[in-house]
Design a protein around this ligand. Structure first.
Ligand code: NAD
Ligand code: ZN
Length: 349
């Protein structure tokens, strides 16, 4: 299955399939002088061998495994990858392969974007969440001041999504990815929301999972094609993320996954939307679904109101000091709205 994506620099194809990690070569449009695979130590143990097997005939193939987890999106790891690339003779006609979840995708993508002013890379996503991060060309590392503050818009030359790899994902990573799928469904249409909320994450069929991922990618693709650099509609993909990012950073990365934090942020956005627009949104349906699927929704997550508001202000998506939030006028009708500290405080309480 293929989804075609247009970007200002080039078009690329997202291919979804079972077992395609072993045949990467088939998706490369040219010969590369070297191939540098970046993965993490969890994904490496599971899938690196298969990927290497499919690249046996290629010249100068080498790899690095970074530690699994958000902490690898840092300057030190970024620098180390560049050093490894240089030591192994990576040149302008080389390829970077990002094999893993969003962390590896963002990190390896930013290495590719900056190595000798930019070389080709392919995304080989292995998490559900990475359906989102592997499409659209945002790559970044973190700074002590905040997440994803140092980065670029740099689309891959291909996305090779082997959905077979999703079978080894732990429960919390399935939950994390599904939070983004709900977000995408909410900014698409009612049918998408119903379909996602029909899923029981404990007995997800691979067909159902593929269908949801494909729909999520289609929504993301259509938005980034309209607004690659996030000056308009792309902001709508930040539904749930204003509070989500604040929770993530207030709690410390690793305690809650990105998606678990976004799920709470999405509930909050639904609540604020219902209040402001006086509309009927599926707050209760989403809430019940999240609870049934064992998302952490503990109210203690929201007690540090002032800290959360400060974190929201520090988020780079904020213009001036006013906090911007994506709200829903209706399902499929997102809107960007500035919201005062006072309002926020009231809603958080
Ligand atoms: P991740 O890459 O850390 O993966 C989550 C965990 O799952 C890791 O421990 C990883 O080792 C493990 N894992 C990965 N694939 C596995 C598999 N197939 N089987 C078993 N374990 C596996 O996190 P993520 O949730 O994929 O991505 C989160 C990151 O993505 C964040 O840094 C976020 O900022 C970024 N992101 C970027 C964009 C973008 O547009 N660039 C969009 C959304 C999120
Ligand atoms: Zn997200």
């Amino acid at each position: 299955e293929e989804i075609h994506i247009k970007s200002s620099s080039h078009d690329y194809i997202v291919t979804m399939g079972e077992g395609i990690r072993s045949t990467l070569k088939a998706f490369l449009k040219k010969e590369y002088s070297s191939i540098f695979i970046v993965t993490d130590d969890t994904v490496g143990k599971l899938y690196l061998k298969d990927v290497l097997g499919g690249l046996e005939e290629e010249k100068n193939v080498f790899y690095t495994e970074v530690h699994a987890g958000e902490q690898s999106k840092d300057f030190e790891t970024f620098h180390r990858l560049h050093t490894t690339a240089l030591e192994n003779g990576l040149d302008r006609n080389s390829l970077v392969v990002a094999l893993g979840g969003g962390v590896v995708g963002d990190l390896a993508g930013f290495v590719a974007a900056t190595f000798m002013r930019g070389i080709d890379y392919v995304q080989v996503p292995t998490t559900i969440l990475a359906h989102d991060s592997s499409v659209g060309g945002k790559v970044a590392i973190n700074h002590a001041f905040g997440k994803n503050l140092i980065g670029s818009f740099y689309p891959p030359v291909a996305v090779i999504y082997d959905t077979e790899t999703l079978a080894t994902l732990p429960g919390k990573e399935i939950r994390s990815g599904y939070a983004e799928l709900i977000k995408e469904a909410l900014i698409t249409d009612e049918a998408s929301v119903t379909s996602v909320l029909d899923a029981d994450l404990n007995k997800l069929s691979s067909n159902q999972l593929r269908m949801h991922i494909k729909a999520g990618i289609a929504t993301k693709a259509s938005i980034v094609q309209q607004d690659e650099r996030e000056s308009g509609v792309r902001k709508f993909l930040n539904l749930g993320h204003t509070l989500g990012h604040a929770i993530e950073s207030n709690y410390g990365y690793g305690k809650l996954t990105h998606g678990e934090a976004v799920a709470i942020g999405t509930l909050f956005a639904l609540h604020v939307s219902e209040d402001i627009f006086n509309n009927e949104l599926p707050f209760n349906d989403v809430y019940n679904w999240l609870q049934a699927n064992r998302y952490p929704l503990d109210s203690s997550i929201l007690v540090e109101t002032d800290a959360l508001i400060n974190k929201m202000k520090a988020d780079k998506k904020t213009v001036d000091t006013n906090i911007q939030m994506v709200l829903l006028q209706n399902i499929g009708k997102p809107i960007n709205r500035t919201i005062s500290d006072e309002e926020l405080k009231n809603y958080l309480l």
